[in-house]
Design a protein around this ligand. Structure first.
Ligand code: TSJ
Length: 646
């Protein structure tokens, strides 16, 4: 759709204005519909909506540099050296095109429904949404001769588009301040969040310079310039270096293709590392498709097929032997898949899954055509990859045997539930909960404090398994994790069956200290790697015990954060006593129930996939064998991992 095809048109200018206002009012009334949330995620989304327009300009071939600045007062300024948003009068609306971009609510968008823009297609999607949700927005455009400026407040135009000077360089500058009436939770940008996303966009758009600068503290200006000539291959390389993973072959395998009529393209970079984990990142039109979709399916399907065909052809798998499974050929694989297409269709609520079936075919064909040839031309790499996949297949066999053995053993030992489990009476998973508690003393308080009708307690003991270096077969023998698996009842790995799950909520309860954080990371990593559907379906929670008890007379107040402690202290005035809880064991049964386990009053965090993926990443670095990245990580995150003894 071109700018002059925007459908929201009426005859008279006055009428237009009303409609425009109505359009943006809708955004202010239901911001979540347009940006997902009004929390920190939504706030950062504003920046992406603006930057995406400059990236489109870069993809169209007219922009090479994008600057993103965080200015004092949480103001964002985005500058590009593209052609400049057109300033000419847009015929149907009778106002400058740039004004249309900022005041007319465009169809589509990520959360609104409908399609999504493609490179070289519809520009300006999202600018009006950002404008509506900003206290003020200013746009400056230079067309190579004149510089123009216009200002808006909460979506309303407050100046006409004015010529303010001369200039020879073309480009667009947009500056905005998120509206704290909308973003009530926070208006503070997180540098790491923005830099992660902008770096990712630089990988996906090879050669484009994206520079992020944080000028909030004039004494300490921080800046990163992201530009990767290697595109998605650089992305794979970056992931391996960042996670300190050793690769098993030196070259990154890279394929690229377009469809016949040039309306879609696909690009893949892949490399195997020594770990047992698979990491496939897929993107459609630069949007991260977290739930995969057709492009990812096409990749997995043809990878498995090509690998098996090749293994048969060179007699790596003999007659009568089983094929390699999908998991076998993806063990230790890091891959980035990026497709670009017109009319991308996204499935699922979060729009994180690609639905266009033609992408399955395109990616499948790309891998089929190119991978076999690659393997034949690079025998050393092929050898390393096949040795790895065959090992994976053998380990999976061993895991199956270990599992059967574990099953026989539990069958022989009787009831099959772990001895330390204090089970609940109810069998109804809509109400049942299991608390996984580190340490026997905390386990004791939890057992005493719980409501035994629906709350079960499983104390953890035994040596922590280094999940990092373990495949499934090791998990089966581990005395710390086996009771968890048995108590939950739903199996692990590719055999997991949530219909057998014995508790609807699985709650990790650990101290608010370094050891507690260790056990949380371990458990999350374990669930992420071996019982992922539990996270995806929202079954995993983290209990939030209070950090302080403030006592005044006979009254007890509990604080779950330092801010809350300060608030309570100032409300109570003088003469109170404050106790810092160092561990769950310091609370008696009644206190633990009251502050942490009573569904009516407790605070719990539901674990989302992102949290678990982050835990997994932390774990890889902390538990890996490399000293240097570990030290770097700890230094960088010193405030989070104080006293960590690793
Ligand atoms: F939309 C926006 F306000 F969010 C925004 C747009 C923000 C920023 C920072 C940059 C841009 C933007 C838009 N950069 N470059 C462009 N390009 C156009 O809008 C453009 C220029 C020329 C032509 C043409 O056909 O001549 C077409 C377009 C869409």
């Amino acid at each position: 759709m071109e700018l002059n095809e925007i459908s929201q048109t009426t005859e008279k200018y006055g009428a237009d204005e009303i409609q425009v206002l109505e359009g943006l009012e809708a955004v202010r009334k239901r911001p979540g519909m347009y940006i997902g949330s009004t929390g920190p995620r939504g706030l950062h989304h504003l920046v992406y909506e603006i930057v995406d327009n400059s990236i489109d300009e870069a993809l169209a071939g007219y922009c090479t540099k994008i600057d993103v600045n965080i200015l004092p007062g949480e103001i964002i300024k985005v500058v590009d050296n593209g052609r400049g948003i057109p300033v000419g009068i847009q015929p149907k609306l009778g106002i400058p095109a740039v004004t249309v971009v900022f005041t007319v609510l465009h169809a589509g968008g990520k959360f609104g429904g409908g399609g999504y823009k493609v490179a070289g297609g519809l520009h300006g999607v999202g600018a009006s949404v950002v404008n509506a949700l900003s206290e003020w927005t200013e746009v400056e455009v230079c067309d190579g001769t004149d510089v123009y400026r216009q200002r808006f407040e909460r979506g309303n135009q407050v100046t006409e588009l004015e010529k303010i000077g001369k200039g020879t360089q073309t480009g667009t500058t947009v500056t905005f301040k998120a509206d704290t009436e909308i973003f009530t939770e926070t208006d503070v940008y997180d540098y790491e969040v923005l830099s992660t996303r902008l770096r990712e966009q630089a990988f996906l758009n090879a050669g484009v310079h994206i520079e992020l600068t944080d000028e909030r503290d004039p004494e300490n200006i921080v800046s990163n310039d992201f530009c990767y000539e290697g595109g998605v291959s650089s992305f794979v390389d970056y992931i391996h270096k960042k996670r300190a993973l050793d690769v098993i072959h030196p070259d990154i395998i890279h394929f690229q293709a377009k469809n016949e009529d040039d309306t879609a393209s696909a690009e893949i970079a892949m490399q195997y590392n020594e770990s047992y984990n698979e990491l496939i990142l897929s993107f459609a039109n630069n949007i991260h498709t977290n739930d995969g979709g057709t492009h990812e399916e096409g990749f997995k399907r043809s990878l498995t097929r090509v690998m098996n065909d090749y293994a048969r052809k060179f007699n790596l798998i003999k007659e009568g032997e089983k094929n390699l499974s999908g998991e076998d050929v993806r063990e230790g694989l890091t891959a980035v898949i990026s497709v670009k297409l017109k009319d991308a269709q996204f499935e699922s609520q979060t729009k994180a899954k690609l639905g266009n079936t033609e992408m399955r075919t395109l990616v499948d064909k790309l891998v089929s055509d190119k991978l076999e040839q690659y393997l034949e031309e690079n025998p050393a790499t092929a050898k390393a990859i096949f040795e790895k996949a065959l090992m994976a297949a053998r380990a999976r066999d061993a895991a199956r045997k270990a599992r059967d053995l574990a099953r026989r053993k539990t069958a022989m030992e009787g009831a099959g539930l772990p001895g330390k489990l204090a089970d609940c009476q109810s069998k109804n998973v809509d109400e049942t909960e299991i608390y996984i508690v580190e340490g026997d003393s905390a386990g004791g308080s939890a057992k005493g404090g719980r409501d035994r009708r629906f709350q079960a307690i499983l104390p953890l003991w035994g040596k922590m398994l280094n999940v990092e270096k373990a495949r499934l077969d090791k998990v089966y023998g581990n005395d710390k994790l086996m009771p968890v698996i048995t108590a939950l009842g739903c199996g692990i790995g590719d055999e997991i069956d949530l219909s057998k799950l014995r508790y609807g909520k699985i709650i990790i309860m650990a101290d608010a200290d370094v050891d507690g954080s260790h056990i949380r990371t371990l458990m999350l990593t374990f669930f992420f790697r071996f019982m992922r559907p539990l996270i995806e379906e929202g079954h995993i929670y983290i209990a939030q015990p209070p950090l302080y008890r403030i006592t005044k007379g006979k009254e007890h107040h509990y604080a779950y954060s330092d801010q809350e402690r300060d608030k309570i202290m100032s409300e109570l005035g003088g003469k109170y006593e404050i106790q810092r809880y160092k561990g769950l064991g310091e609370m008696d049964a009644e206190q633990l129930w009251e502050t942490t386990m009573d569904p009516a009053t407790r605070i719990m965090l539901r674990v989302e996939m992102e949290d678990a993926a982050a835990a997994d990443e932390v774990f890889t670095i902390l538990m890996g064998d490399k000293v240097e990245p570990r030290r770097e990580f700890i230094e960088k995150n010193a405030k989070y991992v104080q006293n960590l003894d690793v």
